[in-house]
Write a protein that binds this ligand. Structure first.
Ligand SMILES: [Zn+2]
Length: 295
């Protein structure tokens, strides 16, 4: 463990593409700064809708080969962000995309939504005890917008953080480790409003425009405790998002998912600290997720 870089950041996401949309700039920034950035993705995103007509044959109701294809998209995205440590929870294909809430896929064999939280968390404990991150980033309890795999990723990440620190839990998975700071992904309401105003003014080339309610994790500005200015990494974030071509269409500073509704691409990324001490002065936002971390 002496060989580990000084700063270690772990991000837990549900599907390939979530990491680039939520944290692309943050990941590129810390990777560039020499921090160890570890991404754990919980499913292959097998149930996603496919945007390009030429790849529609991969869809779950046709050839059902979207999962392996998205493994490749994720690898390409990580190359753009300079992140070399990216893994799938329990290994590639251990947990399957559960589809949107209420679908029969929620309860299919291997569906992440139906997984036992403690069992799934065990896989993450192994990663935590080996990488020993000071900072964990994941979703809020609603998964940002209610997708079952996002809610489950939240539960598994939070439970794993607890179990990793518990010296009585699975000593075979490594020495206990307490994560100093845990953040949830957020978007500041003012930034979302400003972004949509910009989008409406620019009239980007998408059939429609989404609404603020469609953006996961939007909260009042007062709930934001950390803000990472990723302006210098805007191009790399956009490139990482483009690498997820089955899921995302990027047009300049805007993008759309499979619903063809344009939304702003945020290069400043927002977080809410939910465990650990803020490194900022009282009432101020942190500009570094590692602020105040001593080890
Ligand atoms: Zn997702």
């Amino acid at each position: 463990m002496k060989d580990l870089p000084a700063r270690r950041l772990l991000l837990v996401h549900a599907h390939p593409d979530d990491e680039s949309i939520n944290n692309g700039a943050t990941m590129a920034l810390y990777a560039d700064a020499g921090a160890h950035v570890t991404l754990v993705t919980c499913t292959l995103g097998e149930e996603g809708e496919v945007i390009p007509d030429g790849l529609a044959h991969l869809a779950p109701d046709r050839e059902n080969r979207l999962g392996p294809h998205r493994v490749g998209e994720l690898a390409a995205a990580m190359k753009e962000l300079g992140v070399t440590d990216h893994r799938f929870l329990g290994g590639q294909g251990r947990f399957r995309d559960s589809g949107m809430m209420g679908l029969e896929q929620n309860h299919r064999e291997g569906a992440f939504w139906s997984a036992d939280v403690d069992e799934a968390a065990g896989y993450l404990v192994e990663v935590i005890r080996s990488v020993r991150p000071q900072v964990l980033v994941t979703y809020d309890p609603d998964g940002g917008y209610g997708h079952p795999d996002h809610i489950q990723a939240h539960r598994v990440a939070m439970r794993a953080a607890e179990l990793a620190a518990d010296s009585g839990f699975r000593q075979d998975l490594g020495a206990p480790h307490r994560i100093a700071k845990i953040y949830w992904n957020r978007v500041a309401r003012s930034a979302a409003e400003e972004g949509f105003a910009r989008l409406r003014a620019a009239g980007a080339g998408f059939p429609g425009i989404a609404e603020i309610g469609d953006v996961p994790g939007v909260v009042d500005d007062s709930d934001i405790t950390a803000e990472i200015d990723g302006t210098a990494y805007a191009d790399r974030k956009a490139a990482a998002m483009r690498a997820h071509a089955t899921q995302i269409a990027v047009d300049g500073p805007f993008f759309a998912l499979s619903n063809d509704m344009g939304q702003p691409l945020f290069t400043t990324e927002y977080y809410q600290l939910v465990a650990g001490e803020s490194g900022a002065a009282p009432g101020e936002r942190e500009d570094d997720l590692f602020a105040g971390v001593s080890e």
